[in-house]
Ligand binder design. Structure first.
Ligand SMILES: Nc1ncnc2c1ncn2[C@@H]1O[C@H](COP(=O)(O)OP(=O)(O)OP(=O)(O)O)[C@@H](O)[C@H]1O
Ligand SMILES: [Mg+2]
Length: 292
């Protein structure tokens, strides 16, 4: 067994469907170091969320499995916090109370009330939300709700932060601010991160490695790109960096070639209209504008 921190070990996933078994993932194998930031990128419907949900323990792999620090993952747990594309805050609770719910669940036994309050406020400060912590989700913007969702995930002190297109629903400017905050937080906390994105610039800016998936069915890892840009990273300075543009071009090349010639990934492409309705959407490749 690998001694890596997080081991996605030869994972395959077959869904039972009315039309028979559907092989979504075939032999996805990825080892991650502690503190590593990995982005998953690939065409809509290839299986990115399925990988993330297996790591989260929300789905069980058909074969293979996930091992975190030597323990096999077989159910959801606070050491693997998930942030989804659309916030999942409880609308009748304030930002503070939404984070509190998670903190109580994890730290009820080993933090006093005062310590919990301090910890909740610390996490809301990390995402620059301390000024609005008493507001309800309905009283704050989409970007702010997403910040609270990230604070809630971080407040559980997860070993692994799993994010499924966390900024996909945000406008370009808010998205850029969120990416910068996330880079700061990651530098400070050093969580291991797996983030799904459709945004090539976001992937290059934030990641240590970009894992590019082939088209499904039977999707797997097509290529892995090591991003050796020094940290801290500055988006404005990087825009003119030949190294940055080289990485960006490499990801675009992979995605365009797979789209034109899916068989080069060893798997046939599934037509867009056969995919699960709300999942199917075009790949947002170039700008920072959120995918529709
Ligand atoms: N519960 C399920 N039952 C049957 N098929 C499923 C199920 N969940 C996902 N699939 C199929 O598995 C494939 C991978 O789905 P998944 O949601 O992981 O893709 P994705 O890469 O996250 O796509 P997107 O970028 O659109 O979010 C798709 O063809 C999808 O229709
Ligand atoms: Mg998805």
């Amino acid at each position: 067994m690998s001694e890596k921190h997080l081991n996605i070990d030869h994972v395959s996933m077959v869904f039972d469907t009315p039309a028979g078994p559907f092989v979504a993932l075939d032999n996805v194998d990825l080892k991650m170091d502690e503190g590593e930031y990995v982005s998953l990128i690939g065409h809509s419907g290839c299986g990115k969320s399925t990988v993330l949900n297996i790591v989260a323990g929300l789905l069980q792999a058909s074969t293979g499995g996930v091992i975190l620090d030597g323990t096999e993952v077989d159910e959801p747990g606070p050491e693997r916090a998930v942030v989804f594309q659309h916030h999942s805050l409880l609308p009748w609770l304030s930002a503070y109370e939404n984070v509190e719910l998670a903190v109580k669940q994890v730290f009820k036994r080993n933090k006093s009330k005062a310590e919990m309050r301090e910890w909740i406020e610390y996490n809301l400060k990390l995402v620059h939300m301390e000024h609005a912590m008493n507001k309800l989700p309905g009283e704050i913007s989409g970007g702010m709700k997403q910040r609270v969702g990230i604070a809630r995930a971080l407040s559980m002190q997860p070993k692994v932060l799993l994010m499924d297109e966390p900024f996909g629903a945000l406008d370009a400017l808010t998205r850029a601010h969120m990416q910068d905050s996330l880079m700061e937080i990651h530098a400070e906390l050093g969580n291991t991160v797996i983030m799904i994105t459709h945004d090539v610039d976001e992937a290059v800016l934030l990641s240590d490695r970009i894992v590019m998936m082939t088209n499904g069915p039977s999707a797997t890892i097509g290529e892995i790109l090591d991003i050796k840009l020094e940290r801290p990273r500055n988006r404005v300075a990087l825009a003119d960096s030949s190294e940055y543009n080289h990485y960006r071009a490499a990801v675009l090349k992979f995605l365009y070639e797979r789209q034109r010639n899916p068989e080069s990934g060893g798997a046939a492409s599934k037509p867009e209209d056969e995919r699960s309705g709300d999942e199917a959407r075009p790949l947002q490749m170039v700008t920072g504008v959120a995918a529709a």
